[in-house]
Design a protein around this ligand. Structure first.
Ligand SMILES: CC(C)(COP(=O)(O)OP(=O)(O)OC[C@H]1O[C@@H](n2cnc3c(N)ncnc32)[C@H](O)[C@@H]1OP(=O)(O)O)[C@@H](O)C(=O)NCCC(=O)NCCS
Length: 197
């Protein structure tokens, strides 16, 4: 099975153990983890969360099976520099549905890469995997993440009030969704052109 795709300036590849030091460095930054329910992380915490996922993905690839979950490392195409990661995690009891996730190193914010990474997930989910639905969620104050999903065509489907606690404060959770049937034929062909296998 193919393990690397490119789009714009970026390269997306199936996450391997070699990516863990870069991922751990990113997830030890306060800026990156401000709105993440699983941050700030020590290197050990990052390793123990991601290693089993990586092993599952690599085992599936070695057996030429499609993995049940997809964690991608995002790098600059021209230099291989680490930009961040994005993922599709299966939704429980909902075959064909995945939860999206993305986090980029703060050095690369506000260049359109968040939107490109989320577009890649949309491409991968609907065009490569042929899935039915994508779920997305974010803390109400995370304007960048909200805009990324809006720019990628997700619909705001609901708000769960005071759902997450950060420090002493409770924050609303915004719930987004994108259905395969939301993608127009034009959007599908634009995605196919954007990302080269
Ligand atoms: C969310 C994230 C991936 C966005 O990445 P990015 O590369 O900066 O996003 P883009 O450059 O594609 O910008 C997308 C939109 O967000 C806006 N934006 C980006 N950073 C912003 C910020 N700090 N505050 C407000 N808006 C912001 C951009 O202006 C753009 O909106 P526009 O279309 O109205 O101009 C990045 O901020 C990140 O990794 N954050 C930390 C991890 C995280 O919160 N992940 C999401 C968890 S749900």
């Amino acid at each position: 099975m193919q393990q690397t795709w490119t789009g714009g300036d970026l390269e997306f590849s199936c996450c391997t153990e070699d990516d863990l030091p870069d991922i751990a460095r990113m997830l030890s930054k306060e800026s990156v983890c401000r709105w993440l329910i699983f941050g700030l992380n020590t290197e050990e915490a990052t390793r123990s969360y991601f290693l089993p996922l990586i092993e599952e993905i690599q085992a599936a690839l070695a057996e030429k099976r499609r993995p049940d979950l997809h964690v991608f490392t995002v790098r600059l195409k021209r230099s291989g520099e680490f930009v961040g990661q994005c993922a599709l995690l299966p939704a429980e009891f909902s075959p064909g549905t995945f939860l999206i996730g993305y986090q980029l190193d703060d050095r690369y914010w506000r260049r359109g890469y968040g939107t490109l990474a989320c577009s890649f997930l949309v491409y991968f989910a609907f065009i490569v995997l042929g899935c039915h639905r994508l779920n997305g969620d974010t803390v109400a104050g995370n304007t960048a993440s909200r805009r990324v999903m809006e720019r990628c065509g997700f619909t705001l489907e609901g708000i769960q009030r005071q759902y997450w606690q950060f420090g002493r404060e409770y924050h609303d959770r915004l719930i987004f969704g994108l259905l395969a049937s939301d993608l127009t034929p034009e959007r599908r062909s634009a995605l196919r052109e954007m990302f080269t296998p």
